[in-house]
Design a protein around this ligand. Structure first.
Ligand code: SF4
Length: 191
């Protein structure tokens, strides 16, 4: 027997996620590329975003988990916030997160001297950051997709980003969100 901790019935949540994924497909790539150009983010290698002091956890897509397992399975831990548990007290979550080191800021397992040890193989969310997508309403109630990560608290902004780079980032960001929603839907269907 599986106990559902969430109050919203699973079928409704699946329908909502499928609708969100459909909305994502319809969201114009050029519009997201425009947001990326407007934000003009450039990484300064401050490494803040690779710590739990800045980001709660780094959620991994299933394909990322396979990569971590090949590098070092000890770097994996269940993502926080389980929503289901069974009669044996086992909790279920939709995926894994990267384990943090036991230092003051909770550095990512792969962070060493402010640099990513696996930079060439870093994960989907690490590649698109800070262009995570999130549907929310603005002050006038218009719902849109926004980038949400620590604006003006890391890196540098207002740089000139070439249009082709903006389009590549926009495509990767939409693809990451699609993979995330698909993973969540599969998890709920399984449960
Ligand atoms: S895998 Fe690398 S880029 Fe991603 S959070 Fe960890 S140190 Fe940062």
């Amino acid at each position: 027997m599986v106990v559902v901790i969430s109050l919203i019935p699973i079928p409704y949540r699946i329908i909502a996620l499928v609708q969100e994924r459909n909305n994502l497909f319809e969201y114009p790539l050029e519009r997201l590329a425009g947001v990326i150009k407007e934000v003009g983010f450039r990484c300064t290698s401050c490494a803040k975003c690779c710590t739990r002091a800045f980001n709660g956890h780094v959620f991994l897509l299933d394909r990322d988990v396979a990569v971590v397992k090949a590098i070092n399975p000890a770097a994996l831990e269940p993502a926080p916030g389980p929503e289901f548990c069974d009669q044996h007290g086992t909790f279920y979550v939709s995926g894994y997160a990267l384990r943090a080191q036991d230092d003051d800021v909770g550095s990512c397992w792969f962070l060493e001297n402010g640099r990513c040890r696996i930079y060439d193989r870093r994960f989907s969310i690490c590649r698109i950051y800070p262009y995570m997508l999130h549907r929310e309403a603005d002050t006038e109630g218009r719902v849109d997709w926004r980038q949400i990560s620590g604006l003006d608290k890391h890196g540098e902004y207002n740089h000139e980003i070439p249009q082709d780079e903006c389009l590549v980032l926009a495509r990767e960001t939409k693809e990451n969100e699609n993979a995330f929603l698909t993973q969540e839907i599969s998890f709920l269907e399984f449960m």
